[in-house]
Design a protein around this ligand. Sequence first.
Ligand code: NCD
Ligand code: ZN
Ligand code: ZN
Length: 362
Amino acid sequence: MERQLTIPGMIDPHVHLRGLDWSHKATFATETGAALAGGYWAVLDMPNTPPTTTTPAALDSKLDAIGSQAVCDWGVYYGASQNDNAVTYAQVIGRVCGLKIYNNATTGTLLIDDQVQRAHHYRRWPKDRVIAVHAEGETVRDILALVVQYRVPTHFCHISTAEEIGFLREAKAQGLPVSVGVTPHHLFLTEDDARALGALGRMKPELKRRADQAALWRAIEDGVVDVVESDHAPHTLAEKASDDPPYGVPGLETTLPLLCTAVRAGRLTVDRLIELVALGPQRLFDLIPPDGTYTVVDVETSFAIERSRLRTQCGWSPFEGMRVSGRVCEVWIRGRQVFDGEHVLAAPGSGINLFDQGGQGA
Ligand code: NCD
Ligand code: ZN
Ligand code: ZN
């Protein structure tokens, strides 16, 4: 294996950058810097941070804030809301990467647990644009029924159990337009680690059994999994130390090293790694990396994951202490070096919205 690996246009299609009313957790500036340190060209931001991205006005304020702070390229999801914001889809479609529907309880207020309401959003969203779903267990089947009916390309986020993988393997065999994302925490941690991690191992979906973890790795091997997404969800250590710690863990800076470590251990091929972090997400969102957009990673030098070396504002990781290999050496975007292994070289606001079609949308 070559010591240095060059990966074209890495994309993390599932991050919560925070900012706006949750800037005490993290900001667009800090977390897009963490994305570059993690090797990413682009990140796609979720809508559950307050004010939720469920109105054109809230979308405008998020686009302004990210637009002025981002050091990597980006996209944002619009969120489906309970009070029927489908009438606003036409206004926002030309500026967002997709629609996110939260179908089970998690961080934030965007839960839609009524199948009739879900169907309404599926009916109104354009058939050629992605819907990403938070769906766990039987809810995966509820959503698959909507995919059968409405044929909207649907990305199933952070799939974590053998049972869910089974539902999705069958859906793919039937030719349904579905894609599957798994997270590094479900690939590298289990409920056995949850006890030691305490609140730092608390996230949705929760850490699962070894048999579930093994099913995720098998699904990576046989192609049922399309992408590895960090589900980067920073919360402060003080919040995690509280009586009711919030769900979510950071992951932008540890995903590539963990996967490189799996390559060295013979659990993953280099080709599959590049599929999962770059080509897969590019295909899902119809993105082609611009010329001169790539990451160079040293896959041999090993190091321990330490909070003191992380850029994320929350300043901790559920993987602390793990020995990994895969140090990001360089990130280039559009022919400019934006990260040199230690420093972010890009100016705030130099990252662009990859889904800006100009004007006010559709
Ligand atoms: C996410 C968050 O904190 O925003 N939390 C999590 O545990 N994954 C929300 C989500 O992705 O469900
Ligand atoms: Zn989720
Ligand atoms: Zn998430």
